[in-house]
Design a protein around this ligand. Structure first.
Ligand SMILES: NC(=O)c1ccc[n+]([C@@H]2O[C@H](COP(=O)([O-])OP(=O)(O)OC[C@H]3O[C@@H](n4cnc5c(N)ncnc54)[C@H](O)[C@@H]3O)[C@@H](O)[C@H]2O)c1
Length: 287
């Protein structure tokens, strides 16, 4: 169902790779809510073809850019303003990649060149994006900039590796730049901390299937899906959240606030118990 929440707004969505991508869902919903958008991803991702299919479906342009390259980013904002006919009202940074995770280097055996790449792609790119937008005065008053993050910035999740450090930096950039851009142009900058989600980036995390299951069972509302994350992004892009800025907003079914969860007691099947437990229970049954 559409509420026309973004009617007349112009946006840029970075990071739609395939149908699983959170950015893909955000792009679809933004257009359904009345926005006109441009898409951006790396030249390699664009060549792979799926982004172009999305662009065709949504009748929008794709502007290739490596998010670590300031000239590329400057061009994305300049071209987007030309194509969409004015300043940009919302931006999604949905970008993350760790060469250390890809190469299975553990946190106590990081390759430091790879760490630099992780931080550049997954966090500094957010600063580069906002700085290139600000230098061109490309964002309209009360425009909304969102980056996606994960709770590993606050708590340790072993398999998340150096991406945790990248997310901590990403969230800090939202606060630091949020202050400056808010004070000067009323532009708001926030991060949304999303549940584990099965996507290309998500699947790279060691033990993702177990992490997904654990988070789902810990969260009173269960894991938030990519679709639900897109809904939250739309609300954050809309005028309904004009005074929300410099926040890390959890969208995780309650996971981040739970200490110990409760699963209603169920009698255990005797054939699954170990021999010791079975003996204790039969002793108690005899009493
Ligand atoms: N999937 C999860 O469990 C989860 C949970 C919380 C937060 N997030 C975050 O959500 C965001 C989107 O990830 P996703 O899960 O949709 O996966 P995804 O793999 O679909 O998206 C990651 C995107 O980053 C892009 N990218 C990588 N290097 C880039 C570069 N140099 N320049 C520009 N783009 C580049 C990829 O092409 C891809 O489109 C990421 O920031 C991720 O960390 C994901």
């Amino acid at each position: 169902m559409s509420y026309n929440l973004l009617k007349g707004k112009r946006g840029i969505i970075f990071g739609a790779l395939n149908e699983q991508s959170i950015a893909w869902k955000v792009a679809e919903k933004a257009v359904a809510e009345g926005a006109t958008i441009t898409l951006s991803n790396t030249p390699v991702a664009v060549r792979m073809g799926e982004v172009s299919a999305l662009a065709e479906k949504l009748n929008c342009k794709v502007i290739p850019a490596d998010a670590t390259n300031v000239d590329d980013l400057t061009n994305v904002f300049r071209e987007s303003m030309e194509i969409l006919g004015g300043k940009i009202d919302f931006v999604l940074h949905s970008i993350g990649m760790s060469p250390n995770v890809r190469k299975k280097r553990t946190y106590d055996d990081l390759d430091y060149d790879m760490l630099e790449k992780t931080l550049d792609i997954s966090a500094t790119s957010f600063h580069k994006m906002i700085q290139s937008a600000k230098k061109q005065n490309a964002i309209s008053e009360y425009g909304s900039i969102i980056a996606l993050t994960y709770v590993a910035a606050q708590r340790t999740f072993y398999g998340y590796n150096d991406m945790a450090d990248a997310k901590a930096l990403l969230e800090s950039i939202a606060r630091s730049f949020g202050y400056i851009y808010g004070r000067e142009h009323n532009v708001r900058i926030n991060t949304i901390s999303q549940s584990p989600t099965i996507t290309t980036a998500g699947s790279g995390v060691k033990g993702m299937d177990k992490l997904f299951d654990f988070a789902d069972r810990m969260s009173p509302l269960g894991n938030a899906s990519a679709d639900e994350c897109a809904d939250y992004c739309i609300v954050m892009f809309s005028d309904l959240t004009k005074k929300v800025t410099m926040q890390n907003l959890y969208h995780d079914g309650g996971f981040s606030s739970v200490g110990m969860s409760f699963v209603p007691w169920q009698p255990m099947r005797r054939d699954l118990m170990n021999i010791k437990t079975r003996m204790v229970i039969s002793f108690m049954d005899d009493k």
